[in-house]
Design a protein around this ligand. Structure first.
Ligand code: ADP
Ligand code: MG
Length: 355
């Protein structure tokens, strides 16, 4: 009976495999931009300029003033698992971040047109390289794929064009460019608050006005004021705490009991990567609930540095929720600290009203 005969198993074409893998890591333009911002910051940049066209689907361009990329590294830059940040398994234990696995640029090159222009301090010119499916490709048919010399300043410019051009189902899933742009603005804002000595700008292509513009000298509170507004910035408490038992340090900015909105804003960074944690969010909300009117929520920026050996670094890059050792204990210490800060301000206010 023909119906019962199994179909033969075949290997997928590697190109298809790469495209599927890339589409899992990069689901929306904001995911590509997050990786590019992290790379720019890792390269020691003090200025990041971002330009976006059609919510990032047509163009994502990020220009930094970091260390640049050696010309000799350009041929393998977009191969999967090429990185300057990790050499052996043991390094996984000592690097203090998520996401160092050499997959971002490779992934992007499989689902977009990628152009890299870069200059190191020691090079007397910049080099431009164009990538497709992990490899250098010629700028025009018939030309050599080699990097081309150009004039340019130190640093790197990454241009991602026509994201998902070869993944039509994914491309069609995007309904609104402005939704995608809002996600981008949100993510740039988060990094602009966290990377406190770095200048950030972000705007739509062809427009002169910027959606975000912070100078490198701006203080953290100024950054919150510029990005989230004065009503948040004027009610912030600075905090910092650490604990040797659980090997962590935490610091940040959190609103006092005068500030209350419908939804919690939590900017959470663990070892300098923006992540999500529903456990921490829930604990923070519980901490605030006795201090705020019913249904009120805070704004919290929390930067947590944990001994890298205690972070699950081998987490899949698609996973934006994180876990770490002694998560409950660490969360408790932080929330206890926030509670004492809030209580201190609350008592002084009660005292003032009485007086
Ligand atoms: P990873 O960041 O995990 O190493 P990526 O694919 O994001 O992997 O980047 C690969 C490598 O390319 C990095 O390790 C770094 O050496 C180099 N690189 C990427 N972006 C930049 C940049 N903006 N400036 C300098 N080097 C960069
Ligand atoms: Mg990276």
């Amino acid at each position: 009976d023909a119906v019962l005969r199994p179909r033969r198993i075949q290997a997928l074409d590697p190109d298809v495999v790469n495209k599927i893998a890339a589409g899992e890591i990069i689901v929306a333009p904001v995911h590509a931009l997050k990786e590019l911002m992290e790379n720019a910051v890792d390269a020691g940049s003090t200025s990041l300029e971002i330009v976006v066209k059609e919510g990032g689907l047509k163009l994502l361009q990020i220009t930094d003033n970091g260390c640049g990329i050696d010309k000799g590294d350009l041929p393998i830059l977009c191969e999967r698992f090429t990185t300057s940040k990790l050499q052996k398994m043991e390094d996984l234990q000592s690097i203090a971040t998520y996401g160092f696995r050499g997959e971002a640029l490779a992934s992007i090159s499989h689902i977009a047109h990628l152009t890299v222009t870069t200059k190191t301090r020691d090079s007397n010119c910049a080099w431009r390289a164009i990538y497709g499916s992990g490899k250098l490709v010629p700028a025009k048919p018939g030309q050599l794929p080699d990097p081309k010399p150009m004039a340019g300043r130190q640093g790197t410019q990454i241009m991602v064009e026509d994201l998902f051009y070869n993944v039509p189902t994914r491309r069609r899933a995007f309904r609104s460019a402005s939704d995608e742009y809002n996600k981008i603005i949100d993510m740039v804002g988060r990094y602009a608050i966290h990377c406190s000595r770095v200048a950030f700008s972000c705007k739509k292509y062809g427009e002169s006005s910027t959606s975000i513009a912070v100078q490198s000298s701006a203080s953290s509170i100024d950054r919150v004021r510029q990005i989230y507004g004065g009503s948040v910035a004027s009610e912030l408490l600075e905090f910092s705490t650490s604990d040797d038992r659980w090997h962590f340090k935490a610091n940040g900015l959190t609103t006092n009991a005068n500030y209350s909105v419908k939804k919690t804003t939590l900017l959470l960074f663990i070892n300098h990567r923006c992540v999500e944690s529903s456990n921490i969010r829930r604990a923070v909300e519980q901490t605030y609930s006795p201090f705020l009117p019913k249904g009120g929520h805070p704004f919290v920026y929390l930067s947590l540095e944990i001994d890298p050996q205690r972070v699950d670094v081998n987490v899949h890059p698609t996973k934006r929720e994180v876990n770490f050792l002694n998560e409950d204990e660490i969360t408790q210490v932080i929330c206890e600290h926030l509670r004492s800060k809030l209580a201190a301000v609350d008592t002084s206010r009660a005292f003032l009203t009485q007086a």
